[in-house]
Design a protein around this ligand. Sequence first.
Ligand SMILES: [Zn+2]
Length: 262
Amino acid sequence: MDILFVALFGLIIGSFLNVFICRLHTGKSLNGRSHCLSCGTVLVWYELLPALSYLVLGGRCRHCSSRISGRYFLVEVGTALLFVFSFLTAESVLDTALLFILSSVLVVIAVYDMMHTIIPDEMVLVLVAVAVLLVIPTGVPLAHLGAGVGAALFFWIFWYVSSGTWMGLGDAKLAFPLAGILGGWGAVSMVILSFWVGAIISLFLLALQKGKTHMPFLSPHLTMKSEIPFAPFLIIGFVCVYFFHVDIFTITDSVTQAVLGY
Ligand SMILES: [Zn+2]
């Protein structure tokens, strides 16, 4: 019952995040009425129910039947899932609140990076504040700070060596609070996982591109040289390590064992 309530809360916050992401850095206020981007019809309450409306309306506007981006649906469901993970992981009310904020900011950064290949600085600052509050009670805040600095430095070197073509400076900034929250080996797991996930998804997208399948998020002309938003991969890595305790060393150990027999 609690989990259902948390999931519903996540869906509602997710639909707010959709509006927030669309209006971030566009100078539009947050309280304008939601309307169809194609025909401009102002939407009524039952067309704005998080996730549900999208499913019921089949992802199309009720008035002009133009397609609504699946991004809205994914943001709502993604936020709901992260809120449930947060709720299951948190050990206090303060923890829960911090992880809800963390989840919301991660959703905004991932989607904003996919849309604009930019990670908004102010969102990273919110993450740093959350990281500080999460790390202080661990008793070894300096070790976590070290992990954050190390990961940021790692991505900064990528950015510097490639003059910003492999990695954005934003990725280095984002790695700082995320690695800081995880600490030492967790941070290493996150970074390695993010490269694995990035490689797998990029190859998958390139393969789809060959087959000319419609890609909902990315530009239609993805090539090997395309600037690929890295924040979503880092965030997937973070979520796997933080919420599911995925440990890269256990994985590589079992793979080695399975393949080589020792
Ligand atoms: Zn419409």
